[in-house]
Design a protein around this ligand. Structure first.
Ligand SMILES: [Zn+2]
Length: 444
């Protein structure tokens, strides 16, 4: 009896250690906060790679405090502090709570009941659980949901699009995707919550009759699983290169529009490595091909990211450059921000992607806009501060899900008002004319 208990105890300790040991430790890492209100500090931050001799991992900026956040590796902390002191730049190197970067998977892995909306609102799911959730919805709502495999990730995981309200007509489409950056976990939940709610709340039936919504809730499944199991702060895809010890490409620098131009790195070890060529990543290729197949019908594109509480509009590949209809983008972006604020007062900043600290070429929102998709945005979801950053606590998931839903349905409504029942393709024109002559109503 005691022997058996002893063996069990040893096994338990071993398994536990195995889980902890396989997860990357961020002991000694620091978060660097640099206020950039003053011009000199801002210029310094914008050229930080030249001052440091390397580009640190840029986490985001707090637009309220005008403060930039970077994640500094243990071995670089002293060097970074010296460089900042030497240039008289005020800064704060903050300790990170390394416990935040571990993730208890035991409880979750043991659970085998079907994934419910409570799960989506209270915890981060594995990729397999996300797919299970989508399959359940597809069988529950066969007339409203079609699942489409857009292609496979580098490691062979299917990238699934959820086509909501696809009735075979040529009605306008809103495209929403999430999680091209693996560590931005909240984006996956926000996309899944959107899918569940728009299906389960009958108030949105009419909207889905006017507009089709294609949601890709996990555009980087390899990176996400790696972030869940090995390195919490993993951002990129998981492509491997024979010539490098480093893996992965920044999917949001890999889109084929001004690819490789500005705000990217050509070094495989960088967090903003743009890949060997435009759309080199199978994930990005699958997404761009899928969008191009229907691009004349797609009237809005939103890519969900975190963190920062920002609604960003193109162009982002360079500074001080806007599309000719920028006022429309600002107007609709502000409507989305107001919808969020009306819920709990959370403030989102509507701004141009290129006007932040770093322009970035090869991002998906720029590419979507270049393909003629009118309302193209990137949303940086909550929080705005670097204390929780990408590690949004699970008890805050529900609120962010609800806020994101408000913004996204606002956009779907705009598309419905501006584009539904309009002639988008020649097929629609013929069918609308056909309906009119037969005396049928519109909005089939
Ligand atoms: Zn991101």
């Amino acid at each position: 009896m005691f022997l058996r208990f002893g063996i069990c105890l040893i096994l338990f300790i071993f398994l536990n250690q195995h889980v902890t040991a396989s997860y990357k430790s961020y002991d000694g890492y620091k978060i660097l906060e640099v206020p950039f209100k003053h011009k000199i500090a801002k210029r310094y931050v914008q050229n930080i790679d030249k001052h440091f001799g390397f580009m640190p991992d840029f986490l985001g900026e707090n637009w309220k405090k005008e403060e930039a956040h970077f994640f500094i590796e243990k071995d670089q902390v002293a060097k970074v502090g010296d460089a900042l002191k030497f240039s008289n730049i005020s800064f704060n190197l903050r300790d990170v709570d390394s416990k935040m970067f571990t993730f208890s998977r035991k409880r979750r892995d043991l659970a085998n009941s079907p994934i419910s909306i409570t799960d989506i609102n209270t915890r981060y799911l594995s990729y397999d659980e996300q797919i299970q959730f989508l399959n359940n919805l597809a069988s529950q709502f066969p007339n409203l949901v079609k699942l489409q495999n857009l292609g496979n990730s580098y490691e062979g995981r299917p990238i699934t699009a959820v086509r909501l309200g696809d009735d075979g007509t040529n009605k306008p489409i809103v495209w929403i995707d999430a999680g091209i950056h693996a560590r931005e976990w909240i984006s996956y939940n926000a996309a899944l919550y959107f899918i569940w709610t728009i299906l389960n709340d009958p108030n949105y039936r009419q909207l889905l009759q006017n507009v089709q919504v294609n949601v890709v809730p996990n555009t980087n499944p390899d990176g996400y699983e790696y972030s869940r199991t090995t390195e919490r702060m993993w951002r990129k895809t998981r492509s491997r290169f024979t010539s490098s010890k480093c893996a992965g490409t920044d999917g949001n620098r890999n889109y084929p529009f001004f690819w490789g131009n500005e705000g990217v790195s050509h070094s495989t070890c960088s967090e903003i490595y743009c890949g060997t060529r435009a759309a080199s990543e199978p994930e990005v290729l699958a997404l761009t091909n899928a969008i191009m197949r229907e691009e004349r019908r797609i009237k809005a594109y939103v890519s969900l990211h975190s963190y920062g509480q920002e609604i960003l509009y193109p162009w982002g590949h360079t500074k001080n450059s806007h599309p000719s209809d920028v006022q429309d983008l600002i107007r609709v972006g502000k409507m989305m921000a107001t919808a969020i604020q009306n819920l709990h007062g959370t403030q989102y900043n509507v701004m141009n992607s290129g006007d932040g600290l770093y322009p970035a070429a090869g991002a998906s929102d720029d590419w979507a806009k270049s393909r003629g998709i009118k309302y193209s945005f990137t949303m940086e979801l909550s929080p705005s501060d670097d204390y929780t950053g990408f590690i949004l606590p699970e008890d805050r998931i529900f609120q962010v899900n609800r806020e994101t839903f408000q913004a996204l349905t606002t956009l779907v409504r705009v598309v419905s008002q501006e584009f539904a029942n309009r002639t988008t393709t020649s097929t629609t024109r013929i069918s609308a004319k056909f309906q009119r002559t037969r005396g049928f109503g519109s909005g089939k």
